[in-house]
Ligand binder design. Sequence first.
Ligand SMILES: *Cc1c(COP(=O)(O)O)cnc(C)c1O
Length: 427
Amino acid sequence: MKNYSIGTNCVQAGYTPKNGEPRQIPIIQSTTFKYDTSEAMGKLFDLEESGYFYTRLQNPTNDHVAAKIAALEGGSAAMLTSSGQAANFFALFNICECGSHIVASSSIYGGTFNLIAVTMAKMGIEVTFVSPTASEDELNAAFKDNTRAMFGETIANPALTVLDIEKFAKVAHAHGVPLIVDNTFPTPVNCRPIEWGADIVTHSTTKYMDGHGAAVGGAIVDSGKFDWMAYADKFPGLTTPDESYHGIVYAEKFGREGAFITKATSQLMRDFGCIQSPQNAFILNLGLESLHVRMPKHVENGQAVAEFLEKHPKVTKVSYPGLKSDPYYEIARKYMPNGGCGVVSFEVEGGRAGAEKFMKELKLAAIETHVADARTCCLNPATSTHRQMTDEQLEAAGIPAGLIRISCGLEDKNDLIADLENALSKI
Ligand SMILES: *Cc1c(COP(=O)(O)O)cnc(C)c1O
């Protein structure tokens, strides 16, 4: 389906029924698959033939949906995972091991920061964090002989910084390592990082891809462009024999297009088992069918809300890359000419007490630890997720007590603005 536009791929890519088959992707609710002979099944275990034998590793429903996401991102192969956390872990751990080093943008999702800085550190994997606005020289200086991956988020959650994908890719490639980009917030409808040089793209499909707050999930897409063999000494997992599969060499047997995802499936999914349930993959696909229709509406609402807040006397600061006053405005226009997402962050007067009063008065925007859902939601870290911190500690962490993150849903923008206006008037 490579020649169709992104909207057509959202609706139809990944699954083409044959004569008399179901029009909708079937949910293959089966843990296991039947074979006529042990020999036929043995070929699957040897990776001699592709097919299904156990849903801990692969399931046909998931593979149809992953194929759609690969088409949307312009990748060569993809897989679904149980969550966005699992997707980022697998993408990194597929090429890193004890003794490896990662260069990552410091402006990333808190869960991913913990994963890399705390949990992967316990596995002996080091990290150097760099500013998303670092110069090429500063980025180069972060690399070491044992660096195996560079990582960043297209639009960071929740800081809303924008990654200079071309610059990061150039530096990563100069050091012979792939750039992994978490593209959760813009989705491939608004940005396709592979077109700008990213090698691997990850998603929390929990967010806009599902888009209805219904199913937790993740995805990994390989561009199929990184030449593992050219840097064979850095990536032995892909370029030397895997004894658990009779000595096959992934990069040789599956080529640039297939090696990364095949290895992640046959080793990491086999051993960790973080697979998305077929039921959730089906729900995810329902979301994907309207992704190209929903994203422009999220952007329209985010833009309208950001512009309203910027003019409001009780709002002291607004961050949204679609605002001309935002430091990431120009770079966002380059990578996302149609806008990025519907998440806006802002600060209200009166600090913690002001934010608490404001949140209490909201009628449409619900208080939730979530973003990128059809229904507008809001979060004030000082009175919820970070309530154990003092105002001074919050300020030092770059999360002022009056900071609110709003994820604009698909409601009518005038109703959203009226809701905000009413709540602001009560501060
Ligand atoms: C939510 C999120 C994640 C984690 O995804 P889960 O599906 O919650 O595991 C990773 N990256 C970004 C940018 C996110 O917003």
